[in-house]
Design a protein around this ligand. Sequence first.
Ligand code: G4P
Ligand code: NA
Ligand code: NA
Length: 194
Amino acid sequence: MELLEQKILNEGRVLSESVIKVDSFLNHQIDPVLMQQIGEEFSDRFANKGVTKIITLESSGIAPAQMTGLSLGVPAIFARKRKSLTLIDHLYSASVHSFTKNETNEISVSKDYISSDDTVLILDDFLANGQAVLGLMDIVEQAGASLAGVGIVIEKGFQDGGKILREQGIRVESLASIESLVDGKVTFTKEEAS
Ligand code: G4P
Ligand code: NA
Ligand code: NA
């Protein structure tokens, strides 16, 4: 997605060979116009797949998930990272380990909002090692729902997440795919025709 790549080049700050900061439009301040276009793009890529629910993880997945839900006309659910006081037993949960942050979070979704009748699209802001997506897939499976695929705003192609998911036959659509952050420079993976 050309507009997103331009935004990353103009506003992203490469912090190391593996991390890029995009707080001005995705992880802190949100650009609603860009987010609307991101929603439309995911909606186009997963049109006619029978998606009934979008699932993401709080907090940075919420904005793209909500805009995609608006375009597809379906609800967006965010898995919570902490157990809520009012949701105790009635939960699907999974463990998600972050190698980047070296912490493990229990993530959970109420059984009220996902069922075996659903076809779910998983969305997230970043794909690094794939642990968040695998945790969300675990929840989708516990609910007996079908998985339409995975949509990612920014994939870091030099980390393993994309490979792990695609090797399982899962459809992964990334709107920007970063091949390298070496020398403070962002290089995108050439987009395959789709
Ligand atoms: P994984 O799920 O693919 O295994 O990713 P990982 O554990 O490495 O990611 C942990 C957190 O760091 C996630 O945010 C993820 O979106 C974010 N992240 C990973 N790589 C980058 C990067 O290069 N740049 C930025 N800006 N973020 C990155 P989170 O903890 O869930 O936080 P939130 O923003 O959703 O609240
Ligand atoms: Na995230
Ligand atoms: Na994030």
